[in-house]
Design a protein around this ligand. Structure first.
Ligand SMILES: C[C@H](O)[C@H](O)[C@H]1CNC2=NC(N)=NC(=O)C2=N1
Length: 121
């Protein structure tokens, strides 16, 4: 059976119209809702492991400043990033602004298309 498309689950107190339209814009940039609809995720691809680690470091620095932290999985030529808000639970403007920051940083570092990332030989 095909799984149904998740619908956004916003945290209490969020401006749902604003965050909802920002999430739609992020989806145009390749972000997808997680299965619960309470977070967004995207995989970024890089030509070198050093670029992937530099991206993680850049996101980590912004996370420390903004006190909002992602779950990231680093692979040889890619980084999976997941943003959600734990308290209050659900999607917030913080997830949106950090996801936008990821897209900007990926451009600076030089992310590539899926399939163009570094692979094990
Ligand atoms: C006190 C501290 O700022 C909070 O616990 C922050 C830390 N980082 C966080 N990160 C994320 N992703 N969600 C949160 O709710 C959150 N809360």
């Amino acid at each position: 059976m095909a799984s149904s498309t998740p619908t956004p689950r916003f945290a209490e107190g969020e401006d749902q119209a604003k965050v909802g339209s920002d999430i739609e814009a992020l989806q145009q940039q390749g972000w997808v809702l997680d299965p619960e609809g309470s977070g967004v995720r995207k995989t970024f691809y890089f030509k070198s492991y050093f670029k992937a680690i530099s991206f993680v470091s850049m996101i980590g620095a912004e996370s420390a400043v903004k006190k909002h932290h992602p779950t990231m999985t680093v692979r040889f030529g890619s980084v999976d990033v997941h943003w959600t808000t734990h308290q209050p639970r659900g999607l917030t403007h913080k997830d949106v602004s950090m996801a936008q920051h990821c897209d900007k940083g990926a451009n600076v570092i030089g992310a590539v298309e899926a399939g163009q990332g570094q692979k094990c030989s």
